[in-house]
Design a binder for this molecule. Structure first.
Ligand code: ADE
Length: 501
C-alpha cells in the first residue's frame, strides 16, 4: 500500500465513521473520496474546503452530526472554510471558493497572502467561538474550577492555545475531568485533541517494535505517552481511536486516553495516540527489573483483572459501554502505574459486542494477536469467530499466562525465578504459528510452575487460578469476573470510611 492510499483509506474510514454512517433526519449531497453514495443522512449538511499539508486544497460535501467541532476534527487535514445548512439537500447548491493556498508548488505573491492568512484564521476563530459555546452548553459553566481551563489566544495562524493553570494542578486532568468531551466517548472534543497533540514535544523514545514507537512527550510540562503507529499498522490506530472516541472507557485499570491525531508529513501520514504516561512502563519491563513480594504480585494481578472485567462487561444505560474483548492481552500491553496498579493498553485489535442491539463489531484489522499468547482454539482454528464469548475466553487464556509471568517473579521463601516469557522453554524466541500449535494443541503443554509457589497461601491461589484459565475447552475456563472475585477475597479489604452520626 502506498502512503497516500494508506492515508486516504484511513481518512475515508474516519470520515465515514464520523460523518457518513450516522443516520440523522436530513439527506445531504455527499461529494468526496469518503462518500459511500452520492447522498448521506445526518443532522445537518455541510460544504467544506480542506487543505492538506502537502496537497492542493479541495471541496467536499457531507452530512454533519453532533456538533461542529467533532465534524471539523473528523477531517484529517485542515478545514479552512466551512458552510453548514439545515434542510433536505441544502448543500447541493452551496459553493465555496477554493483559496489558492500556499501548496507544494509554492504560494501566491505576498500581496495576495493576507486574505489567505486571514481566511483560515477567521475560520479557526469561528471554530473557537463555536467550541466555547459547545462546551458551555455541555455544562462547563457548572464547574467553577474549570473556568480557567481553556483560554484561547490568537497567535500566528490563530491556533487554539491551551494554557496551563496557575494552580499547579494537572491541566490535562482538569480537561479530561470536565464535561467537555466528545459526548459519547472518552475523549476531548476533536479540535482540542488535535490542538493538544500539536503542542506536544517528544522527549525520549521509551519503546520500539513492529507496532511503531512509544515516546515520552511533554505537554505544558506534563508527561504524556505518544504512540506513533507504523504505517503498516494504521488499522490499529484507527480502531483504538474509534473505540476511545465512541466508548466511555474511563477506568483506573484501563490506560487513560488523551487524544488521537493524524497529520500528513511530506507525503506520509503520522498517526499518534496520546495517553497517560506511566513511569514504570509495561508489566513486561517492570518484571525484568523487579522481584515482587506476594502482596505486590496480588495487587498487580487483581488490578489487571479489574481492567479486564471492565473491558468484558457490557454496561447498560446512557453512561454505558459495550462489552469489549481485547484480543492481544500480554505483559507488554499491561502498564504499571506509580501506585503499582496495572492498566490495560492497546485496543487496536479489540472487538465489541452489544447484547441490547445484538451487534458484534469485529473491526477490520488484518493484524492477529501475539502468537505466544494464542489460545488453543485460535491455533487449531476451531474458534467460533462469529461468537463474542469466544474472544473473551481467548483473553482469559492470555490473562492466565500474564499471571504466570507475575508468579515467576514473586519471592517465596527467598526463592525467585528470572523473568521469562510464557513457553520460553518450549518454543524459539519468535515462535511461528506452527511452533505454538505443536506445543499448545498437539502436545497440550502448559507453562511449568515452580513448587515454591505452593508454600505461599496467596501464590497457591494464583496458581490454581492460572491453571483454570488454561483448560483446552474454552467454556470451562474461568471468567474475568470470577478471577477478580477470587483475587479480591485474598486482598486486605481497604478500611471502610468511618461515618459520624
Ligand atoms: N509504554 C507503552 N505505553 C506507555 C505508557 N503509556 N507510559 C509509559 N510507557 C509506555
Amino acid at each position: 500500500m502506498t502512503p497516500s492510499t494508506g492515508r486516504s483509506s484511513v481518512a475515508a474510514a474516519l470520515l465515514a465513521t464520523l460523518l457518513g454512517l450516522t443516520d440523522g433526519n436530513v439527506t445531504c449531497v455527499c461529494e468526496g473520496s469518503h462518500c459511500l453514495q452520492s447522498t448521506c443522512r445526518g443532522a445537518w449538511c455541510l460544504v467544506a474546503a480542506v487543505r492538506p499539508r502537502d496537497d492542493p486544497p479541495y471541496i467536499t460535501k457531507n452530512c454533519g452530526r453532533n456538533n461542529y467541532l467533532e465534524t471539523c476534527l473528523g477531517f484529517p487535514e485542515e478545514v479552512i472554510a466551512l458552510r453548514c445548512c439545515h434542510g433536505h439537500m441544502c448543500n447541493q447548491n452551496i459553493t465555496l471558493d477554493l483559496p489558492q493556498g500556499p501548496g507544494p508548488s509554492g504560494g501566491p505573491p505576498p500581496s495576495e497572502q493576507l486574505p489567505l492568512i486571514l481566511g483560515p484564521g477567521l475560520a479557526l476563530v469561528a471554530l473557537l467561538v463555536l467550541g466555547a459555546l459547545a462546551c458551555w452548553r455541555l455544562g462547563w459553566r457548572r464547574h467553577r474550577r474549570e473556568k480557567r481551563l481553556l483560554q484561547s489566544r490568537e497567535l500566528g495562524e490563530s491556533s487554539l492555545i491551551l494554557k496551563t493553570s496557575d494552580s499547579g494542578d494537572s491541566l490535562l486532568g482538569d480537561l479530561l475531568d470536565s464535561d467537555c468531551t466528545t459526548g459519547s466517548g472518552s475523549g476531548l472534543p476533536f479540535l482540542v485533541q488535535r490542538t493538544v497533540a500539536r503542542q506536544i514535544t517528544l522527549a525520549e523514545c521509551v519503546g520500539k517494535g513492529r507496532y511503531g514507537e512509544v515516546w515520552r512527550g511533554l505537554w505544558h510540562g506534563e508527561n504524556v505517552a505518544v504512540k506513533i503507529f507504523s504505517s503498516r499498522d494504521e488499522q490499529s490506530w484507527f480502531r483504538e481511536t474509534e473505540i476511545y472516541n465512541t466508548v466511555l472507557l474511563r477506568h483506573d485499570n484501563i490506560l487513560g486516553f488523551i487524544a488521537s491525531d493524524m497529520t500528513s508529513r511530506s507525503s506520509s501520514t503520522q498517526l499518534w495516540l496520546i495517553t497517560h504516561f506511566h513511569e514504570h512502563g509495561s508489566l513486561f519491563d517492570f518484571l525484568q527489573r523487579s522481584a515482587l513480594e506476594p502482596a505486590t504480585a496480588l495487587q498487580l494481578a487483581l488490578s489487571a483483572a479489574c481492567g479486564l472485567v471492565h473491558l468484558h462487561v457490557e454496561i447498560f444505560g446512557t453512561q454505558g459501554k459495550p462489552a469489549i474483548a481485547h484480543r492481544d492481552l500480554k505483559s507488554r500491553n499491561v502498564l504499571v502505574k506509580s501506585n503499582l496498579q496495572c492498566c490495560i493498553a492497546d485496543l487496536g485489535l479489540a472487538v465489541m459486542h452489544s447484547q441490547t442491539s445484538d451487534y458484534l463489531d469485529l473491526g477490520h484489522n488484518p493484524r492477529v494477536g501475539t502468537k505466544r499468547y494464542m489460545a488453543p482454539e485460535v491455533l487449531d482454528e476451531q474458534i467460533r469467530t462469529d461468537c463474542f464469548e469466544s474472544y473473551k475466553r481467548t483473553d482469559v487464556w492470555a490473562f492466565g499466562l500474564v499471571l504466570w509471568e507475575i508468579a515467576r517473579r514473586t519471592m517465596v521463601n527467598g526463592m525467585v525465578e528470572e523473568y521469562r516469557p510464557p513457553f520460553f522453554d518450549l518454543v524459539p524466541s519468535d515462535p511461528s504459528f506452527e511452533d505454538m500449535k505443536k506445543v499448545v494443541c498437539v502436545d497440550q503443554q502448559r507453562p511449568t510452575i515452580h513448587n515454591r509457589l505452593a508454600a505461599d497461601p496467596l501464590l497457591s491461589v494464583l496458581v490454581k487460578t492460572m491453571r483454570e484459565c488454561w483448560y483446552p475447552n474454552p467454556s470451562s475456563r474461568l471468567t474475568a469476573l470470577r478471577i477478580k472475585k477470587t483475587l479480591k477475597k485474598l486482598s486486605p479489604t481497604p478500611e471502610k470510611p468511618k461515618v459520624a452520626y
